[in-house]
Design a protein around this ligand. Structure first.
Ligand SMILES: C[S@@+](CC[C@H](N)C(=O)[O-])C[C@H]1O[C@@H](n2cnc3c(N)ncnc32)[C@H](O)[C@@H]1O
Length: 217
């Protein structure tokens, strides 16, 4: 037996957030601007998770990364910061207005030169890339019904030892529903596939809305 995980209430969540390192002026400006966008602000990657992504990219010493779903560029700034100086990040974003905001935020944060943003359905952007290993890190954070397809499209394009990170794998707790909607069902498909998938080593973390890490064998 192991002890129960510490339950994270709002106060503890705020404490964790306030202890996310590297949250500088540029990131706080993105947080403020995104907060001013109203309800959709909840789509922004949380500061502590973005800090974790940067750490993962740095640990992997990766040169090439891809983000699926960029929104205002918050996670992208941290991924780009984690990359080597000559590293590059390809951001996939459906909405051209959001892509424009992300571009401005990435430039202001001083990492714009590392980042290309492709506007359009991410699955088309990925499938248009050569089907050969080239990415060291992938962050999947777009529409949930697409997750199983993103996984299969990204996997052959990842280098051996590369890391895939999938956000929202707990779907606000709905992931355990026995009568899931199509978004939850797609996430269940991905989660179930990853457990027994011999192509990767994976772990599901209870961070935020759930973050799965899958390292390519
Ligand atoms: C949760 S937000 C991404 C948050 C971002 N990763 C961050 O760090 O703040 C999801 C984004 O995915 C975009 N999106 C939704 N469907 C998409 C698709 N099919 N292809 C590309 N982007 C998509 C949305 O426009 C939205 O900006």
């Amino acid at each position: 037996m192991s002890i129960e995980p510490t339950s994270i209430d709002a106060k503890l969540a705020e404490y964790i957030r306030e202890h996310a390192s590297g949250r500088d002026e540029a990131l706080r400006l993105v947080e403020e601007e995104t907060a001013a966008m109203g309800d959709i602000q909840i789509m922004q990657t949380a500061p502590e998770q973005a800090a974790f992504l940067e750490l993962l990219v740095r640990l992997g010493e990766g040169r090439r990364a891809i983000e699926v779903g960029t929104f205002t560029g918050y996670g992208a700034i941290r991924i780009a910061r984690g990359l080597a100086d000559d590293g590059t990040l390809l951001c996939c974003e459906l909405d051209s207005e959001r892509a424009g905001i992300a571009r401005r935020n990435l430039d202001r944060a001083g990492v714009g030169q590392k980042v290309e943003i492709k506007v359009g359905p991410a699955i088309e952007t990925i499938r248009a890339l050569p089907e050969e290993p080239s990415f060291d890190f992938a962050y999947v954070d777009a529409e949930k019904t697409g997750y199983p397809d993103y996984y299969e499209a990204l996997l052959p394009r990842m280098n051996q030892g590369g890391l895939l990170a999938f956000d929202n794998v707990l779907m606000a707790g709905l992931i355990v529903d026995s009568d899931p909607n199509e978004h939850v069902a797609a996430m269940q498909t991905l989660n179930d596939r990853l457990v027994d998938d011999e192509r990767v080593d994976s772990v599901m973390l209870g961070m935020g809305d759930g973050l799965t890490l899958a390292r390519v064998r």
